[in-house]
Design a protein around this ligand. Structure first.
Ligand SMILES: Nc1ncnc2c1ncn2[C@@H]1O[C@H](COP(=O)(O)OP(=O)(O)OP(=O)(O)O)[C@@H](O)[C@H]1O
Ligand SMILES: [Mg+2]
Length: 241
């Protein structure tokens, strides 16, 4: 089977519960789907429907209570935290709504950070970080700090940091949530280019239909269950009719 035809992400009956003094609450009630190499998937759903919970599991930042999740053919259920961290470092770039940049650190060093964990030497880190900064149009700002650039530029730095390890997948949880419409479009055009030109698989959470429409496929969650999984355009066409 060719790589292009195989599933990069395989999720089967994925469940997640949280324990509290009041008892156990299940927030993901059994999700199943495949995502193939090169897909661009949007995830939507009401607040509290489980989008971030699901994304954190896909991003190997959290583990499911039951069910299975395989990434690039590797089952994650039996992995310890070190193995998950390695998988995350090798295969995944993660972008958050709040950018999560180190404020006292230059953009170059922010972007280079994931390479420190890979044992890449300082000179090679610098070189790679600057190449990626150029890709997101910020080469001039390599020595600046996050508070010296705009929100949209900070999000581009966060995307650069997510890309520096050459991940197969980019997970983004409301990457445009703090940005104005014009800046959001610029970020989405950047992400779309990475998907189309470099074949990076993208899974992106958003609350906005015009952002979701950049993605070919939509997974829509309601109360921890998938109520739609199909072409994005068809979803909005059906609801507009
Ligand atoms: N660490 C946690 N402990 C207990 N409950 C949690 C925890 N994290 C999330 N939840 C609960 O799980 C449910 C889903 O939360 P989640 O953050 O996944 O929603 P979401 O779809 O991302 O919402 P939003 O659009 O507001 O970001 C919510 O009811 C939330 O209160
Ligand atoms: Mg969320």
């Amino acid at each position: 089977m060719s790589l292009a035809a195989s599933a990069l992400i395989e999720v089967r009956d994925l469940r997640k519960s949280y324990e509290s003094p009041a008892g156990t609450t299940e927030v993901l009630h059994g999700l199943s789907y495949d995502i193939r190499h090169g897909e661009f998937v949007a995830v939507m759903g009401p607040s509290g429907s489980g989008k971030s919970t699901m994304m954190n599991i896909l991003g190997c930042l959290d583990t499911p209570t039951s069910g299975s999740y395989a990434l690039a053919g590797k089952a994650t259920a039996q992995m310890d935290s070190d193995a998950l961290a390695r998988l995350r470092n090798d295969e995944i770039g993660f972008v958050f709504q709040g950018f999560n940049l180190l404020s006292r650190t230059t953009l170059e060093d922010n972007v280079a950070l994931p390479l420190v964990y890979r044992g890449v030497n300082r000179e090679a880190r610098r070189r790679t970080a600057n190449e990626i900064l150029a890709k997101v149009g910020l080469e001039k700002y390599a020595k600046s700090r996050p508070n010296q650039i705009s929100g949209g530029q900070q999000q581009r730095v966060a995307i650069a940091r997510a890309l520096v390890g050459k991940p197969k997948i980019l997970f983004a949880d409301e990457p445009t949530g703090n940005l104005d419409t014009q800046t959001s479009r610029e970020i989405m055009t950047l992400v779309q280019g990475l998907n189309r030109d470099e074949g990076i698989t993208v899974v992106l959470v958003t609350h906005e239909s015009d952002i979701a429409l950049f993605a070919d496929r939509l997974i829509h969650l309601v109360d921890g269950l998938i109520d739609y999984d199909g072409p994005t355009a068809a979803y909005f066409r059906e609801r507009a009719a």
